[in-house]
Design a protein around this ligand. Structure first.
Ligand code: SAH
Length: 263
């Protein structure tokens, strides 16, 4: 039966119905869909089976809604172990890679004070991106500084983290719009430094901002377009060239560390 009024004009009631239906269709799926806590828990279970991280690190993955950090088109893939585009040619890293890096920070020798509940301390992140890893870090750290060089990503992450603050017990955090390969890295020293972008070498400023007993985890270029994950421990109390101990880990694939700020 036609609901059109004489003259072909849609009745207001019908218009309202269609508008409601369209807004429901355009909204990213929620509740029982692909962004439900159940789907998130299944992702965490898969990470647990991979034995990449312990309960301390996985507790953060259980709580942070990854689907809120990606574009609505990617919500159905938000809890798959895959990297996803976040705009401006950048990507949010695979959950398994993030878990591995956070676990490396959690296992820093200087941090082991007996007990899984000891937090990561003062943390610096290079490459805020969409803010997902920053949110995980903000649940695991005492305070967090995160640096991003692309203004649009910086502002987006700021909005998401500010919204999440009322829902989760995030530590005090500061997001900076800056080139993280230079010295503008907030107030150091840091107990943990983590980079989500890889350059030719680890910038000197990062090494200097690392506290004695602290650990840095970063991808570094290793010939023919490959990258490797590097762990740098700053040995407590030591002096001279042996102060930073470097361990080369597995091959990885991160976006490049670039210079300058894009506003
Ligand atoms: N941890 C992020 C991953 C983002 S990808 C997330 O959860 O989304 C890496 C980010 O590093 C990109 O946003 C890129 O713009 C940023 N980046 C690259 N070079 C940088 C630099 N010199 N200073 C700060 N950020 C940088």
């Amino acid at each position: 039966m036609s609901r059109r009024a004489p003259g072909g004009v849609l009745r207001p009631q019908r218009l309202l119905h269609e508008a409601t239906r369209d807004s429901a269709r355009l909204r990213p799926p929620s509740g029982i869909g692909l962004d439900s806590p159940g789907v998130r828990m299944r992702m965490v279970e898969r990470l647990r089976q991979l034995k990449l991280a312990d309960d301390f690190v996985l507790s953060a993955f259980e709580r942070v809604p990854r689907h809120r950090f990606v574009d609505s088109a990617f919500v159905p893939q938000a809890y798959e172990d895959t990297s996803l585009p976040i705009g401006h040619g950048q990507t949010i890293s695979k959950p398994s890679v993030v878990a591995r890096m956070l676990q490396l920070l959690a296992e820093a020798p200087g941090r082991l004070r007996g007990g899984a509940e000891v937090r990561l301390g003062r943390v610096l992140e290079i490459g805020t991106g969409c803010g997902y890893q920053a949110a995980l870090l903000a649940l695991l750290s005492e305070r967090l500084t995160s640096v991003e060089r692309i203004a649009a990503l910086h502002h987006g992450a700021q909005a998401r983290l500010s919204a999440l603050k009322s829902e989760l017990p995030l530590c005090s955090f500061q997001l900076l719009l800056a080139d993280g390969s230079l010295g503008r890295l907030g107030v150091g020293p840091y107990d943990a430094i983590i980079a989500a972008a890889g350059g030719e070498a680890i910038p000197e400023a990062w090494l200097q901002h690392l506290a004695p007993g602290g650990r840095l985890v970063a991808p570094v270029a290793r010939g023919a377009g490959g990258q490797r994950l590097m762990v740098v421990d700053r040995v407590r109390g030591a002096e001279g060239p042996q102060e930073w101990r470097l361990t080369e880990c597995e091959g990885v694939s991160f976006v490049p560390l670039k210079s300058g700020v894009l506003v």
